[in-house]
Design a protein around this ligand. Sequence first.
Ligand SMILES: Cc1cc2nc3c(=O)[nH]c(=O)nc-3n(C[C@H](O)[C@H](O)[C@H](O)COP(=O)(O)O)c2cc1C
Length: 353
Amino acid sequence: MAKLFEPIQLKSIHLKNRIVVSPMCQYSAVDGYANNWHLVHLGSRAVGGAGLVISEATAVSPEGRISPEDLGIWEDGHIDKLREITSFIKENGAVAGIQLAHAGRKASTYAEWRGKGKVVEADGGWQPVGPSALAFADDYAVPTVLDQEGIEKVKADFGEAARRALLAGFEVLEIHAAHGYLLYEFLSPLSNQRTDAYGGSFDNRIRLLLEVLRAVQGQWPSHLPIFVRISATEWTDGGWDLEQTVALAKILKERGVDVIDASSGGNVADAKIPIGAGYQVPFASAVKKQVGITTGAVGLITSAAQAETILVNRDADLIFLARELLRNPYWPLHAAKELHVDLAWPNQYRRAK
Ligand SMILES: Cc1cc2nc3c(=O)[nH]c(=O)nc-3n(C[C@H](O)[C@H](O)[C@H](O)COP(=O)(O)O)c2cc1C
């Protein structure tokens, strides 16, 4: 049996295989509300055979959106359509996950096909917040520094979002602490230059993430898994690196996190990143080996053989795919054939198998 199609148990959740739809912003929501685009986009990837389908970065507050068109979960009205989506995902044999996010200083930017840089107010833009008054890049806003009250709101927003995610039928929750968004901005000494309890030492920089985790755990049942996506390195001297990632992952494991989803980059606009096939796999591997926690590998994983090799080598336990699943939502069905696994296709599609 190919490892890619071996099931895995995460707390009370059974994934039928190791293929995860990596969260991908669709920039297609209005006021944070999901619609039929999200239903069909996420639903077809469940039909396509992925074991776990994770929704895009879903904003815990309006100011936490990357763009005005991001999906949101900051009000109860958001729940109904999300529930329809999770029901469809489940009916089609996959588990529904959600990535909870706050974009921090990288909020209020245009979706790539709508424009570039900061969204002006007339176009629905707003003033972003962050750990320190440092812009991500020239065409980004200098964020308003979060004070203690603002930090308390972030924690409360994540907690409330977790409560709604549960009501919406999600069974896996991923905290987005990667790619230069708010929680990562606090982790990195490059974007966090605070002198209070949330800046300076490693313990201080990880504080907000740990407090957000606690707020989420206050609402999210202990039998359902929590993932944390982290940028394992920002590819910049003096920045967040793999050593700190391993140290953080140990603490996250002790505090009940089930999976580390190891990505990289996103906090330094001009970082030199050696992009190539599977270039982030060594991060998932290092965290798995040094921490003994379940990990997900992501980034330029495109073929069944490549995914299988990562699992056989025990570099990761889950394979997150993003762009390859945009190219082909039925990638898992074809990967099974390549790996000589006789996978059942959806009844409606059997004549095409
Ligand atoms: C259209 C698009 C949207 C994305 N949105 C998110 C997101 O919402 N949250 C996130 O953590 N990563 C996001 N990513 C990053 C992917 O999840 C993934 O980590 C990255 O694309 C590398 O994997 P790939 O080589 O398989 O595409 C996005 C990527 C793409 C292509």
